[in-house]
Design a protein around this ligand. Structure first.
Ligand code: NAP
Length: 255
């Protein structure tokens, strides 16, 4: 599928990987809806390229349904490109030194990262299935999810995050198999460490250690590099039902 002239919806588009992807798809000619919790932040990004800003909470199905409605009304149809970048990344031990449990955090991270992704995937699949096919393959659209390398190499304190990302990775193949009948592809990007708001708070020494732990290139990834892969997934119809690590060959250590 060509990016040019398609309608794209990017969640978490007000910041980090989502913002870079929204900008990149817009540069390639897509009509982009920037969806984020924070309307002002979504407007800030969408305003750079004349895109549509939509406030929505991915954990709330009514809010997501409304967002798809706004996109259809304002941009002229359902999105053929949906990129799930909304997410949170807090860490906590199962039981801390004082014996406190992290059950609330676990529930919240699953809600935003896993359930939020599934809700957006669900509304995307329903809307895309009603579109005309685009080409002789019978393609209608593509959904790109964001996991994390913690899906496979979760560190101490990352049980909730790893579970949420493992869930996203596990959804990928069965979703691609099911939605194939409608010409909808599903693929997941599992980033290593990227320069975004999520990693901005890292202490300099931790950042330096993390950068040195990436075999090549020895640095954190740039959001634009994530966006480039998202574009490749859109344009290459054989990428389907798979999880792609984008990580400079990093394998996270236990802590
Ligand atoms: P980011 O800069 O914090 O962006 C995430 C965006 O998602 C924020 O704008 C955030 O809004 C939004 N968001 C959070 N909860 C939401 C909700 N319930 N509904 C709608 N939007 C919501 O982080 P990022 O680094 O770009 O992360 C994007 C994705 O990549 C996440 O899924 C993250 O787990 C994954 N990832 C990131 C890295 C990395 O190194 N950066 C590595 C692996 C995976 P608020 O700020 O207003 O909460």
């Amino acid at each position: 599928m060509d990016v040019a002239s398609q309608i794209a919806l990017v969640t978490g588009g007000g910041s980090g990987l989502g913002a870079a992807t929204a900008r990149h798809l817009a540069r390639k000619g897509a009509k982009v809806a920037v969806v984020d919790l924070d309307k002002a932040r979504a407007e800030g990004v969408a305003g750079e390229f004349g895109g549509l800003a939509v406030a929505a909470d991915v954990t709330d199905r009514n809010s997501v349904e409304a967002a798809f409605g706004i996109v259809a009304r304002e941009l002229g149809g359902a999105p053929r490109i949906v990129v799930n970048c909304a997410g949170i990344g807090n860490a906590a031990r199962i039981v801390d030194r004082d014996g406190n449990l992290s059950l609330d955090l676990f529930e919240r991270i699953i809600q935003v990262n896993l359930l939020g992704t599934y809700i957006v995937l669900s509304f995307a699949a329903r809307a895309m299935a009603k579109l005309d096919v685009l080409n002789e393959d019978g393609e209608r659209g593509v959904v790109i999810n964001t996991a994390s390398v913690a899906w496979e190499d979760g560190q101490i304190g990352q049980t909730a995050y790893a579970a949420s990302k493992g869930g996203i990775a596990s959804i990928t193949l069965p979703a691609a198999r099911e939605l194939a009948r409608d010409g909808i592809r599903v693929a997941t990007i599992a980033p290593g460490l990227f320069e975004t708001g999520m990693t901005a708070g890292l202490r300099d020494d931790i950042r330096a250690t993390l950068s040195a732990s990436v075999p090549f290139p020895q640095r954190l990834g740039l959001p634009q590099e994530y966006a480039q892969l998202a574009e490749s997934i859109v344009t290459n119809p054989m990428i389907n039902g798979t999880v792609i690590r984008l990580d400079g060959a990093i394998r996270l250590p236990p802590r």
